[in-house]
Write a protein that binds this ligand. Structure first.
Ligand SMILES: O=C(O)CCC(=O)C(=O)O
Ligand SMILES: [Fe+2]
Length: 597
């Protein structure tokens, strides 16, 4: 009160003293200021409760929650026009306002006369005095400005050098049309969550290269790490481990490095593998390789969206931190995803499926029976700061092999035994969790294949055995979590077993939507065996820069000629001259024959 701070009041839907029925679960009323704070002795136990009286700062303006048809401006709006009566305590000498209909009482908790009224009263008659209620107090603090934050503009995004996936842009907005607070639910725009309002808002998202995304990820890491931490992102990326009986071996397959982690059950028997295919510059830069896929993901229009992670539709609904879209056979993944059949999938999804099918085949081979091809692909997008917490991919309709392609910023992936499994020990302080046994770093282009060995055999034995083992082998025993260090995509392919679906309709959908179109074979991936570095052809601009550099070294151009040429070159590049090819050629000639000018 003394600091004259403006306060926002939010009223719940069930608020009984609101003059009108409040429309939302949480209703942001307006800016208020505190006019009085006092102690009261009330309730059955006659304990001291502190009371606060607030007045709306812009009381002259009609409140949005006012009863329909009420006057545009409340009558009692002028400060000082109404004054509460004041009484003084004969015991302690303090004065206070007459606040209650029951009359005046001393409001000094330390005084013997505290809360003693002349007349008998009970708590139910302790209504507030009308004069006190109508008192108006001038507000001496600063104008708090608009209650709703302004919409971020393209200019704001450009000022913060944003690409459109920054943490600040994942915040919700206040609809300028109807004032409804709306969350960022879809990847590329906001829409008003009030079903009666049609407001949508889009902020341009600029494509970013894999190199720049890593630079941004490092900046994000530096600005968001604990102030006491000396770690760099590169240092964190090196912190990989396999403990608790998880065994690591290493293989080379063409240009791929593959770390293989054998996952034991409680008896130490190997029940599955996590295979980490580590990509590199050569793989990443091939045609339709991870660099191209990263670009295509950004321009593909995937309608990635956040789904309710908890209490869908309820007051406490919580959305997933990441955005997702499913293609192929419908897949539930804890919560139902919006799913589109492969007939509606963009090309990049087929390229991904073929790449991951290759990895699945290499990882699983024909050890037990031929590798079952994938019929589903879940695309996940992470804004800066988004994560996927510990979960398992253990749907009963799921085949044993799950493969994920990482694109963009690096990420930490962790596996831990479930608390209820007999593997590992519970964390002493948090008795419901176990520490991770496997931690790996997923970089741009990497692939992870999770596979439950011998599951095929057990799966065929009986349904009960399947339920026990299912991925009681890898996936349900080993929960996993992924924390990306910046803007990232993860594309995960699974085998959805249509026959295990509950209804005929679901079985049909899995079959129809999960069948790859015949033309998709043209995207087959064969592992980049024998691939070499792709040498980028030198551009005209590079050639000129090289010429300038060479002539600088031989001294055949004067310093002023060099700076003139550099200026010209920069000018051409800056205006992105469409005819620049020809002009640059002329410029090149200028350099070749400097003496003729
Ligand atoms: O982001 C990732 O790499 C993994 C995503 C994942 O765990 C999933 O889709 O189930
Ligand atoms: Fe997962």
């Amino acid at each position: 009160m003394q600091r004259k701070l403006p306060i926002v009041v939010i009223a719940g839907q069930g608020n009984a003293i609101s003059p009108s029925k409040l429309p939302h679960v949480y209703n942001v009323l307006d800016w208020f200021h505190v006019t009085d704070v006092w102690a009261e002795k009330s309730g059955p136990k006659k304990v001291i409760n502190w009371r606060v009286r607030l007045e709306k700062i812009k009381i002259i303006e009609k409140s949005w929650w006012a009863v329909k048809g009420s006057p545009a401006s409340p009558q009692e709006s002028t400060a000082g026009s109404q004054k509460a009566d004041v009484g003084t305590c004969t015991d302690c000498g303090t004065s206070s306002k007459v606040k209650y209909n029951a009359g005046w009482a001393c409001l000094e908790p330390g005084c013997d006369s505290f809360f003693k009224f002349k007349n008998e009263h009970n708590d139910t008659t302790l209504d507030y005095d009308d004069k006190y209620m109508k008192e108006r107090t001038s507000y001496g603090g600063l104008d708090p400005g608009s209650l709703s934050p302004p919409l971020p503009t393209d200019q704001d995004a450009s000022d913060m050098e944003a690409y459109g996936f920054e943490k600040a842009l994942k915040r919700g907005i206040v609809c300028p049309k109807c004032n409804c607070c709306s969350r960022r639910i879809v990847w590329d725009h906001w829409y008003c969550e009030n079903s009666d309002c049609d407001f949508t808002y889009t902020l341009k998202q600029r494509p970013i290269s894999p190199d720049d995304v890593i630079v941004k990820a490092m900046e994000y890491f530096e600005t968001n790490k604990r102030p006491t931490s000396k770690q760099s992102m590169l240092g964190e990326m090196d912190k990989e481990f396999a403990i608790g009986g998880v065994l690591r071996t290493h293989k080379i397959h063409g240009p791929w490095n593959i770390n293989e982690y054998a996952i034991p059950d409680e008896a130490g028997k190997i029940i599955g593998f996590v295979r980490h295919f580590k990509s590199n510059g050569i793989i990443n830069q091939q045609k339709d390789g991870p660099n191209d896929l990263f670009e295509q993901m950004q321009t593909g229009g995937f309608a990635l969206r956040r789904s309710p992670a908890r209490q869908a539709g309820a007051v406490g609904e919580i959305l997933t931190s990441h955005f997702a879209a499913n293609f192929g056979a419908p897949y539930k993944f804890s919560v139902k995803q919006v799913s589109r059949g492969f007939d509606q999938a963009p090309e990049v999804i087929f390229k991904t499926i073929k790449r991951l099918s290759w990895a699945g085949q290499v990882a699983v081979g024909n050890e037990h029976k031929p590798f079952q091809s994938f019929n589903e692909c879940l695309a996940i997008g992470y804004f800066e700061g988004s994560v996927i917490n510990y979960h398992d991919d253990g749907e009963k309709t799921l085949g044993p092999t799950v493969a994920t392609l990482s694109l963009g910023a690096p990420a930490r992936m962790m596996f831990r035994p479930k608390a209820k499994s007999a593997i590992g020990k519970l964390v002493a302080k948090a008795r419901t969790t176990k520490p991770p046994v496997l931690q790996i770093t997923l970089s741009h282009g990497d692939i992870v294949v999770m596979d439950g060995e011998k599951i095929q055999k057990l799966y065929e034995v009986s349904h009960a055995a399947y339920q026990d083992w299912n991925i009681s082998s890898v996936l349900t025993v080993k929960q996993h979590a992924v924390t990306p260090w910046g803007f990232r995509y993860a594309l995960t392919c699974r085998q959805i077993i249509g026959e295990k679906m509950d209804t005929e309709e679901e079985r049909q959908a899995a079959f129809l939507e999960g069948t790859l179109p015949p033309g998709s074979d043209k995207y087959n991936y064969t592992g980049d065996l024998g691939a070499t570095e792709v040498v980028q052809p030198t551009s005209e601009v590079d050639k000129i820069n090289n010429e300038i550099a060479a002539r600088m070294m031989t001294g055949s151009l004067t310093a002023s000629q060099i700076s003139l040429l550099k200026d010209k070159l920069e000018g051409l590049l800056a205006c992105n001259h469409t005819g620049s090819q020809q002009t640059i050629m002329d410029l090149s000639r200028d350099i070749a024959m400097p003496d003729t000018h």
